[in-house]
Design a protein around this ligand. Sequence first.
Ligand SMILES: Cc1ncc(COP(=O)(O)O)c(C=O)c1O
Length: 387
Amino acid sequence: MSEPKLPLSQTTKELAEASPGVRRMFERGRELAARYGADAIADLSLGNPDLPVPGELTRALVEVAREARHGYLPNAGLPELRELLAARAVRESRRRVTAAGVVITVGAAGGLAVVLRALLDPGDEVILFSPYFSEYPIYVALAGGRTVVAEGDREHLPDPEALRAAITPRTRAVILDNPNNPSGSLADAGRLAELAAILDVAEQPIWLISDEPYADIVFDGLETPAVLDAFSNVIVVRSWSKTLSIPGERIGAVLVPSDTAAWSELMANIVFANRALGFVHAPAIWQRVLARVPDLAVDPAPYQRRRDRLLQLVRAAGLDVVTPRGAFYLFPAVPGDDQVFAERAAALRLLVVPGSSFGRPGHVRMAYCVADEVIERAGDSLARLMR
Ligand SMILES: Cc1ncc(COP(=O)(O)O)c(C=O)c1O
């Protein structure tokens, strides 16, 4: 006899069951910390930035709190902040961006949900390069779309040939995250130009969605290349979660240059989706705070130092790893099955996330936005595991 059908969404249930990924390791870390004490484990499972928030941000927050203005805002966000972000995009690129092309969102996650809802009809396809941020396929599915994966290259960079092969008449968008979570790889302007050349000759307009929460966290004197200059039909999704170490505050933005395909209809869809998905608008207090300090960012130097140390430890343990140029993740190749490797690491109190969660098995992700001593403990566990 078949099971009675539960009175709830099977689609949501199946998606949740198929995507335990990062959060499961995070829960596992909490269990281990409760059992052995937080000082005895090395939890590299979650990208929760640990650098202190800049003092200037806290001062702006206190000032805004004193104003005690807590009413609704326009769905697209606070006009002053939208103006400031448009002006910055104009300064940093050759594109025309106006305040009407900027919508403030509930983090990059909220921005992506809104953009996908604005673009997709059921069955439309979205191309992801592997390794990809593990939440993307969920956002695509919840917006009614279908994920198509294009293999990244050996350095975990988006591969132009794989992109060409993945395009079909149903392709509506491609998501790029540069620098990349989970690998920290950074595509340069040349690589972006190669990808753009392929999208430009596609039969139908294809949107490049540039998800850039780590755009301000790059190392070795490099800069994140400007996607606004590279792609014609481009939607930028930004976030202050990592830029200012405030992921709990849920604030980000979507930005679309005014010379893109169907711009005014697209902006109307994005603003409507921001309202209709139940966000209404992004948190008012943070919009007012950011309007006071729009260019503030944490100094990424401590992340670079930790990257260097963890690279040393991982290579000393005998693992192969591409040197990350940004974000705060290392993505070494591991022997055997990545899920088994992650389980064995957890038994030695080291928490990492299997690469299969990011569409690239045979690797694990290590988040190094943690204290130096946690990195040292991780190195000890890794050396024992590899022995
Ligand atoms: C690649 C990527 N995109 C989006 C997000 C979501 O960011 P936010 O906190 O701004 O919603 C994250 C968070 O880790 C991420 O790594």
